[in-house]
Each structure stands twice: as structure tokens, then as C-alpha cells.
Write a protein that binds this ligand. Structure first.
Ligand SMILES: [Zn+2]
Length: 397
């Protein structure tokens, strides 16, 4: 028991020192001791271990106002590389990411309707591809995937688009590559990505990320941690009802979900169905295969149908977000996914709608903006989750 307690304290102190070094571009031992409130001797011992692990290095002398100039320490950002995978709805993307979230290599493979074991083979293929292109040892694999995920056990409970039900993906990947693996929902990963690398203030401990793509989902961070809910399925905002009467069928089995009126896929479908009523819309010239990009172009050129549908999507999203801030009072909301192509005018419509259905005080302090990481949010989040679990980084455990 005593031994276990000693090990716990040792790991805790080591993590504290490592966190302090991660949070600073460079820092002296004395400053680490001040910030972490550990003794200088403890810090020196831990720093020696971290240098031995190759995770940090001395980079020269800093400036001091009193006495001797201190030796500065810095993270060796390329000392560990992680493979991060985004099992997206149209394509799988995977990247090699370093300790500072810099992408060193990236590959993408279109899914082309593959699901079940074929989708699993594709997952292996994309990881194999990256591993084959580097000589550097990889520390582990982080995966963000749509669907209901049990992160603690590494199980995909239900990913409708991939037709995976109760797939123990973490174990399958770990057995194949003999590397530690972490899995989480793609929106939760994207939330961590934006919080860690998306220009979010380090003092912001709470954030909601909404992914508005072919599906709609949310990643919720409370007190710096992903909030997964009691069953691990928090954030399925896309399946909250938006149209109460006569809504379209949704892939979840219900009708009228937010996803059926405000996702990119829904918008394309709604536009196609509306063309007989709006034959003069420029969209009719792109038939039969127009895309969300065509709608964006039409919207920019004030096409009546495109404006009507995009504004309607913004209304539904605004109402959903007003409920969210009413319940959580989280002041930082980040939107990502194809729907953000519609930019500031669409965002302003969302704001207007949120304002109309929210109390003034919580609304006034809420900042809602488009994410900074583009299509890399999930990948960078999956990498960050892996790296932030520092025990994954040590060679001499
Ligand atoms: Zn649904």
C-alpha cells in the first residue's frame, strides 16, 4: 500500500512538472518549482529523469534580474510522435502529430460506402500507410470516431455510418500494432483539439464545440475535462427534435431531428426537394449532383432558395444553442464542419436566433465563433488526448 502511495505521489509530481513545461515555451527549474509548488530538489530530480527520457532539453541561459542566469528547459516537441486518426463520414484521415500538435505527415482515404469489416480494414490500411512512411518510433494511436463510444473501455458502442456495433476497437488496434490506443467520439476529440490548439485562452476551462457536417454532434468540455455524461453519450444534440410535426426520418430512427434540417446533408436534400417550387434558383443549373459548395456559392450570390434554406438552418441551430446555453451557461461555443462554409452572415443569423430565445445575461457573455483548425480539429484532439495522458510518453516505465 505504502509503495502504491509513493508511486502515486511520484507520478503526480512528474505530471505536474511536465504540465508546467508543456505550458511554457521555455522555463527554468526555479520557475517550475515556483509554479508547481514542489521543492527545488524534487524538481531537479524529475527534470533529470525527463532529460534522460529525451522529453525535454536544456536550451541555454535565460535572463535573471537577480544573480545567476538560470539554465532554461524546453520540451523536445519531436521526441514523441503519435498517430491520430479521424474516422470521418466521407473519408478516413490520419496524421503523424508531434507533442506540440504539429502535423508531420497526413493521409486521407475516401470511404466509398465501406462499412463493417471493410471499414476496419480501411482503418488498418491508413495506419499501415503512415507507419510505412516513417522510421521514427510511434508512441501510440489516438482515434476520433463518430457514434456512441465507451472511451474508458475503448469500445465503439454504435457507429451507424460504419455499421459498427459493440466493436472493441481499442483492443483490436492495440493487438495489431502493440501500441497504446485511445478512442473517443469525434466531436469530443474536436472540442479538445480546438481547446488545446485553436487559439482558445488557457484560462477558458469550459467550451462547447458543435460539429455541423453531414451529421451534427457536440463535444462538451467542463472544468478542462470532456463531459461524457453518465453513459458516455453526452453531446448528441443532432438528435434533439427540431421539427415536432411531420419532420423527415432521421438515421437514428426518430423524425424531425436537428440533423434532418440543419446538417450539410440535409441542406442538399432540402434544396433538391424545393427546386420544383423555386425553378429560377441557380441551383437548378447544377442538377442532378449539386453539393454544399454549390449552395454556398448560390448563398453568397443571394439566390433566394439558398438564402431561405441556409437562414432556416441557422434558426434551428440558434434555437438548439439557446437551450444549451440556458442549461450550461458555457460562454465559449465553437462551430466546425461543412456548414461553417456559410461564414459570418450565417453565424449572425444563429446569434440573432439565440438572442431571441435566450435570457439576456447568459447570451450577452456568450462568444460563438467558427473553429480555427478546419478539418484537423478531430485529429489534433485525438493526438492531444493521447499526449495529455503522460504515462503514454514514457519509455522507461
Ligand atoms: Zn436523429
Amino acid at each position: 500500500m505504502e509503495k502504491a502511495t509513493r508511486q502515486f505521489t511520484k507520478d503526480h509530481n512528474r505530471n505536474l512538472v511536465l504540465r508546467t513545461i508543456f505550458d511554457n515555451e521555455n522555463i527554468s527549474r526555479a520557475e517550475i518549482a515556483r509554479v508547481s509548488r514542489l521543492t527545488r530538489t524534487t524538481v531537479s530530480d524529475i527534470v533529470s529523469d525527463l532529460i534522460g527520457e529525451g522529453l525535454i532539453m536544456e536550451i541555454g541561459l535565460g535572463v535573471s534580474s537577480s544573480g545567476k542566469n538560470p539554465i532554461m528547459l524546453s520540451l523536445v516537441e519531436d521526441s514523441r510522435w503519435v498517430i491520430a486518426v479521424d474516422l470521418g463520414q466521407n473519408q478516413f484521415r490520419a496524421a503523424i502529430v508531434n507533442l506540440r500538435g504539429k502535423i508531420r505527415d497526413v493521409v486521407a482515404i475516401p470511404i466509398n460506402q465501406r462499412d463493417g469489416t471493410e471499414a476496419l480494414k480501411l482503418t488498418f490500411q491508413i495506419i499501415d500507410l503512415l507507419l510505412g512512411r516513417t522510421n521514427q518510433k510511434i508512441s501510440g494511436i489516438g482515434i476520433g470516431t463518430p457514434g456512441l463510444i465507451n472511451s474508458s473501455e475503448g469500445i465503439i458502442v454504435n457507429a451507424v455510418n460504419l455499421n459498427w456495433i459493440n466493436v472493441p476497437l481499442a483492443k483490436i488496434i492495440k493487438d495489431r500494432y502493440n501500441l497504446p490506443v485511445q478512442i473517443l467520439n469525434d466531436c469530443q476529440a474536436a472540442a479538445i483539439g480546438e481547446k488545446t490548439y485553436g487559439n482558445v485562452s488557457t484560462t477558458d476551462e469550459n467550451l462547447v464545440l458543435i460539429k455541423l457536417h453531414n451529421g451534427i454532434g457536440a463535444g462538451i468540455i467542463i472544468g478542462g475535462e470532456v463531459f461524457q455524461g453518465d453513459g458516455g453519450f453526452a453531446g448528441e444534440i443532432g438528435h434533439n427534435v427540431a421539427v415536432r410535426e411531420g419532420g423527415d426520418f432521421c438515421r437514428c430512427g426518430n423524425r424531425g431531428c436537428l440533423e434532418t434540417v440543419a446538417s450539410a446533408q440535409a441542406l442538399v436534400k432540402l434544396a433538391k426537394h424545393s427546386l420544383n417550387k423555386y425553378p429560377n434558383s441557380v441551383l437548378s443549373t447544377h442538377l442532378p449532383n449539386f453539393t454544399i459548395e454549390h449552395i454556398e456559392e448560390a448563398y453568397r450570390n443571394h439566390d433566394f432558395l439558398a438564402e431561405t434554406l441556409v437562414n432556416q438552418s441557422a434558426q434551428y441551430i440558434g434555437i438548439a444553442l439557446s437551450s444549451l446555453i440556458g442549461i450550461l451557461n458555457i460562454q465559449k461555443i465553437v462551430l466546425i464542419g461543412d456548414m461553417t462554409l456559410f461564414g459570418e452572415p450565417w453565424l449572425n443569423k444563429i446569434r440573432e436566433e439565440m438572442h431571441q430565445y435566450s435570457m439576456d445575461l447568459p447570451f450577452n457573455k456568450t462568444e460563438i465563433r467558427i473553429g480555427q483548425l478546419g478539418e484537423n480539429a478531430t485529429i489534433l484532439g485525438a493526438a492531444a488526448v493521447f499526449v495529455n495522458n503522460y504515462s503514454n510518453l514514457f519509455r522507461n516505465k
